[in-house]
Design a protein around this ligand. Sequence first.
Ligand code: B3K
Ligand code: ZN
Length: 877
Amino acid sequence: PGTIYLEDYQAPPYLINRTELHFELGEEDTIVTSRLHLLRAVAEDVPLQLHGQELELLQVSVDNEELAEEAYQLTDDGLLIHQLPEQCVLSCKTRIRPQDNTSLEGLYKSHRMFCTQCEAEGFRKITYYLDRPDVMSVFTVSIEADAKRYPVLLSNGNLLETKPLDNTRHWVQWHDPFPKPAYLFALVAGDLEHIEDSFRTAGGRDVTLRIYVEPKDMGKCDYAMDALKRSMRWDEEVFGREYDLDIFNIVAVDDFNMGAMENKSLNIFNSSCVLAHPDITTDAGYQRIEAIVAHEYFHNWSGNRVTCRDWFQLSLKEGFTVFRDAEFSSDMGSRTVKRVEDVSMLRTAQFAEDAGPMAHPVRPESYIEINNFYTLTIYEKGAEVVRMIHTLLGEENFRAGSDLYFSRHDGQAVTCEDFVRAMEDASGMDLGQFRRWYSQAGTPILSVTDSYDAESNTYTLDVSQRCPATPGQAQKQPFVIPLAMGLLGDAGNLPLTLAGQETDHETEDNTHKVLIVDQERQQFVFDDVRERPVPSLLRGFSAPVRLEYDYDRSALCQLMSRDDDGFVRWDSAQALALQVITEVQQQLSSGAAVVIDPLLSGAFVQLLEDTSLDPAMVAEMLALPGESYLAEQAGEGAADVDLIHRARAAVKQAIGEAAEQVLLARYQALSSVDAYQPSGDQIARRALRNSCLDYLACANGAHLGLAHAQFLSAGNMTDRLAGLRALAFYGAANDWAQPLADFYQDWRHETLVVNQWLQLQAAMPDGGALDRVRGLMEHPDFDLRNPNKVRALIGGFAGQNPVNFHRTDGEGYRLLADVIARLNSINPQIASRLLAPLTKWRYYAGRQDMMRGELQRLAALPELSPDVYEVVTKSLQ
Ligand code: B3K
Ligand code: ZN
C-alpha cells in the first residue's frame, strides 16, 4: 500500500454539481445507478479518475450514450474515463453485495437492516465517484425495496415522494438541498419503528425529530431525544448555530465500527451510543450518549456546512467538534468533573499515542490508511488546541472568530489554516507561532523551578520547554503554551503582580493569571509576594503538556485541599498518589519493607469527611491513577505490570483500611430511595458511593457482603454492575461465579448488557482470565463480526487487564494477535484498532521481544489490509 502526502494535494479536476442515485435493494445483491452531473474545472482535457472498490460495473454511459469499452479503463482502485466533454452527465450502473460486506464500510447489513457508513472513503464501495471531501454535490436519492421487509427507507434531506411499485416493492425519493461531500451520504432501509418530537429553532423553523430503532429497542430512545433537543438549543445560545432543515433523523444500528456518524440530517449511531434505559445503561453510559448525540448534532455546522478540504484536515472538524461537545457537557453538568475526566483520558491514552510509533501531528503530513487517523491526537489533542485558542483569545473574541469562520466558509471544504486565520482576523491576535501545535507531533514537557526571595518579596518561576522527537520529526521549535496559574499562600490564593506590569485593578480576580510561554526558557517574576507560596500550575489543564515541578507531599496536600482551581486539586491528589504508589513499587522490587505513606490515606479521609464537597469530585479525587497511566509514567523499558498492579493494590487496600469507618458511613449515607434519574446530583452520589464500596471490598473480604447485597437489590444498572464488579475484582471464584451466571440469565436478551458482562469478565485480574476469554469467544453471544462484542471482550482483555494481557508466557499477546489475524480480512478497521496495546511494546520491560514477535508474525501474513499493515510496520520501525 502506498503513502499519501499532504504536500501532493491538488484541487479536483472535475466537479460534480448534482448527484442522482438510484438503489434497488435486494436479498442477493443491490443495483446502484448513478447520474453524475460533471463539470471540468481545469482548462485542458484530463481523464476523469473515479474511485471505486469492490464494485461490479454493469454499464457506463455519457449523456445517455453507452460508452464503448475502449473509452474507459477499470483500474485497481477505480474507473478511468478518457475524453469527456467539458460538461456532461456520466451514468454508472454497478452491482454490490451489502450482505457480504463485513467491513461495515459502504453499504452493509446490520441484522435485517441496510445501512451505510461512508466516512472516510466508504462511498467508493457504493458507486464510482470522486470520493474526496472537497467535491461537494447536491444529492437526489431514490430507493426501491421490498415493502414488507423494508417499510422504512431513509436518506439525507427532505422526503420528496413515496409510491408503491408492483405487488411487493415500494419506492421513495429524497433530496438534500445542501451540497455535501460523499462521506456524508447515508441510506437506511429496514423494518424500523421510531419516536418523534419537534424543536422550534430560534428563527422559528419547526423541525421534526425522529429516532429510528429496531422494534426491540423502542422504549430506549427518550434520553437521546432529550439530549438532542438540549444540544440544538445550546448550539443556538452558545455558538449562534441553528438547524437548517425541517427534519433530523437518528437511526440506531447494532453493527457499527465506531460511536456514530454525522451524515447530513440522518445521523447513524452505534446502538450503544444512543439507546438508554436505567435497567441497562450505566451513569457513564448516559453521559456518553448525551455527549455523542451532541457531538454528531454539532457537526451539522462544524463538519457539514463547513467541511474538510482533504483528510489531513480531519481535526478541523473533529477537534473543533470535540471542543464544542465538551463545552456542552460542562454546561449540562459539572465543568470541573468533565475536565478531569477528559484530561485523565488524554494523559493516559493520547500522551501514550504521542510517545509511540504512530505519533502524528494534529494535522498529519502523510498516511497510508486514513481510517488509522481517527485518533486521540486528531480528536482530543485537536480539541485541546482549540481550547488553547479559546484561552488565548478570550470568550468574546473566540465567538467572533467562530462566527467569522462559519460565515466566511459556509458551503466550503477548507483547512485548519482557514480556521486559525478566521480566529486571527476576528481577534486581531497573531497566532503565527501557535500554528506549530498543528504541525509538530509529540507532547511538550514544561519544566518549572522556582525561588523565593524574602528580602525583596519576589517570587520567580523559571520555565523551560522541550519536546521529544517523534517519527520523522527529530527537532521541535518552541510551542506557545498558555500556562494558567496562581500562588497559594497560608490564607489562600495570593494576589499576583508580575514585575514590570501595572496591577490590573479592573479585573476582579487578581489571583489567577495565564502566562504565555513561547520560548525555550523564560522567567516570570512576581512582586509583593509576602510569603513563600506553593505554585498552582497548569490550572484547568490549560495546555496539553507534561508538567514537571518538584512538589513535595505537603505542598500537594495543600493544593489538594485548598487551591481555588478544581482541576489542580484533583491533579495534586493524582500526583500524591503517584508518588506513593511509585515508592511502594520501589520497595516491592528491592525487597524492602512496604511502608505506605499515611499522608495519602489521611488526605483521603479528610476528603471523605467533608460533606460540603461535590461527591462527584471526591470520587474523582479518590480514584487512584490507573495501571495504564502508571505504566505510561514509568517510561520506555521501565513499566513492570505486575509490580504496578501489586503496588497499586497495596496502596488501595491500605487506604480502604485506614478510611474504613468513614467509607462505611458515607456508603450508608449516600444510599438513595429516589427513582433513578441520570441527573448530575444522583450520578455524583452513586459515583462516590460506589467508590466507597470499591475501597471497602478491596480492603476487607468481610465487605464483599455489601457488594453482594447491592448487586441483588440494585434498582439500576450503575449500582448493579458496581456490586458485581467489586465481587469479580476482589472476591474469589465462589464469590463471583454464581452472580455472573445469574446476571447473564437476567440480561441475556439485552445485547448491550451482555457486552458489559463480556467486558467485565475480560477485565477481571484473576489468573483464569485468559482461559475465560478464550471460552467466551466460543459463547453463542459472542460474534467476531460485531465490533461492540470484539471491543468488549478482546479490547477489554488487552486494554483493561494488564496483568493477564502481559502474561509472562506471552499467551495474552498471542490471543490478541490471533484475533487480529482473523479480523484482518473480516473488518480491517477493527483489526487495526485492536493493535494499539501491542504498539506500546517499548514500555514493557522483559516483554518487548514477545510483543514484537507477535507484530512480526502479523507483518508476515499474506494479504494484510492497509489498515493493519500501516500500524504493524510503523510499530516495528
Ligand atoms: N465522523 C465520524 C467518524 C468516522 C470514522 C471513520 N473511520 C464520527 C464522529 O467523529 O463524529
Ligand atoms: Zn466527530
